[in-house]
Design a protein around this ligand. Structure first.
Ligand code: NIG
Ligand code: FE
Length: 439
């Protein structure tokens, strides 16, 4: 005899989110990223629910179906709201000391980034300040930054070293990163980027610095297990194509996965190198050639685009995201938070991508979730709402996904769940001052 489903005992879960107006699951792309037209498919469930137990997603579906099987210790009613996977930010330089608001003003007044760098400022200035900073201070700053990211819906972050520029100082930044990772509920991926800039003392002898990177730093980093990826700033006047290749091939041989800052400030050929080496991602790409983009598509290299970084550097040329999508390159989006680009907010990145690179909100959301997870080899764990994945969920105070993109500079987050725990709750309203006056 069939059991009456209503009489069946429901399983208990820690958190049950119900009645989401739109639940953007992004399901079905854990193996390969979304490309082309698939980028517009968010796999939306209306009146959606998600059940969370012990840090993992245990069910996703219509509220009616999920609540038949599960009852929540805590129930979050998302009526009128949009629920989606926590954002994945696949490109940041999170650990550094100091700030460069003075240089920002100099940029407004006409100074160029590369001129400042060649003069010993920009990245080199931040490196000097970072070397001087106490370990605990760097940890504290990193945690504050990750808190701000989470308040804006980001639950996974990639972060690069690169403000040390000596083997010892780079190792120290990786140690700071490891410490932050242990203390914070953010899911993290770490990249070694000793090739972020040429230290001033090697200005006229870049090859010697590349030797240090390949013969001393990389073996140490690989042995320590503190970094999963290796990245290089491949740019005219910084690291050449040959030097980039030398560093990344060595990194690959040592078990680190290659990434590249490519064709950011000029058409230099980094995109072609990315395809040639088979990097996991190629990032920036403002000046990528059409041939390079085609080669990336063939090799499945993820394009990590950073429109807010372009904007804050006062550059006018944005990556051709439409061409990349047309050619079948998996496109991802990141903040590129660094000492010269002060944003931690993936919602702003999505909005700027829509406004400045003419991609749709759905494409941008795909780029900032599942495709971003692919850019850092985390798509098996995060980036979509699917059974078995880490319970990283953002609840937004808007009825549909198009508000992401449309809304500019407003934090839409209502709640954030990271690793199954409610870490952000912004439901409490600010009491308007005039109410007090009326009393
Ligand atoms: O990713 N491309 C070069 N480097 C950084 C900028 C770092 C800095 O300005 O401190 C970037 O944009
Ligand atoms: Fe960067």
């Amino acid at each position: 005899m069939k059991k009456n489903p209503k009489s069946r005992k429901r399983e208990s879960v820690d958190i049950l989110i119900i009645h989401a107006e739109e639940m953007l699951t992004l399901a079905g792309s854990s193996q390969t990223p979304r490309t082309g037209k698939q980028m517009r498919d968010l796999a939306i469930i209306r009146d959606g629910a998600v059940a969370i137990r012990e840090g993992k997603i245990v069910a996703v579906g219509k509220t009616h179906d999920v609540t038949k099987t599960f009852r929540g210790e805590n129930i979050l009613n998302a009526k009128g709201k949009t629920v989606l996977p926590g954002f994945v930010d696949p490109h940041t330089h999170l650990v550094f000391a100091g700030s460069r608001e003075d240089e920002f003003q100099m940029r407004i007044e006409g100074a160029s980034f590369l001129e400042m760098l060649n003069g010993g400022d920009a990245i080199l200035k931040t490196a000097r300040e970072t070397r001087r900073a106490r370990f605990e201070k760097l940890v504290e700053r990193g945690i504050e930054r990750m808190d701000t990211m989470m308040a804006h819906g980001t639950t996974t972050v990639e972060t690069k070293s690169g403000y040390g520029l000596t083997t010892e100082d780079e190792m120290r930044i990786l140690q700071v990163t490891r410490r932050i990772n242990r203390l914070h509920s953010m899911c993290m991926a770490t990249t070694f980027m000793g090739a972020h800039a040429v230290p001033f003392e090697y200005k006229n002898n870049v090859e010697e610095y590349v030797d240090i990177l390949t013969e001393e730093a990389l073996p140490k980093v690989a042995q320590s297990g503190m970094a999963e990826f290796c990245d290089v700033f491949c740019e005219r006047g910084i690291f050449s194509l040959e030097q980039t290749k030398r560093i990344l091939v060595k990194a690959k041989n040592l078990g680190l996965k290659p990434k590249i800052h490519a064709d950011h400030m000029s058409m230099f050929g980094g995109t072609e190198i990315a395809a040639d080496i088979g990097t996991i991602s190629a990032d920036h790409l403002n000046y990528a050639s059409a041939e390079g983009v085609k080669a990336m598509a063939e090799k499945g290299v993820v394009a990590v685009l950073l429109p807010v970084s372009t904007f804050s550097m006062l550059m006018t040329r944005y990556p051709d995201a439409r061409l990349m999508i047309e050619y079948g390159v998996p496109v991802a989006l990141g903040t590129d938070f660094n000492a010269g680009n002060w944003t931690l907010n993936q919602q702003l990145v999505i909005a700027m991508a829509c406004h400045l690179m003419h991609i749709t909100p759905a494409e941008a959301i795909t780029a900032a979730t599942i495709n971003a997870a692919h850019a850092i080899c985390r798509a098996g764990e995060v980036g979509s709402l699917e059974v078995g994945k880490r319970a990283d969920v953002a609840v937004l105070n808007v009825p549909n996904h198009r508000f992401l993109g449309y809304s500019l500079g407003v934090n839409l987050v209502d709640k954030v769940i990271a690793n199954g725990r409610l870490v952000v709750d912004r439901e409490k309203r600010v009491e308007p001052i005039f109410m007090n006056k009326m009393e």
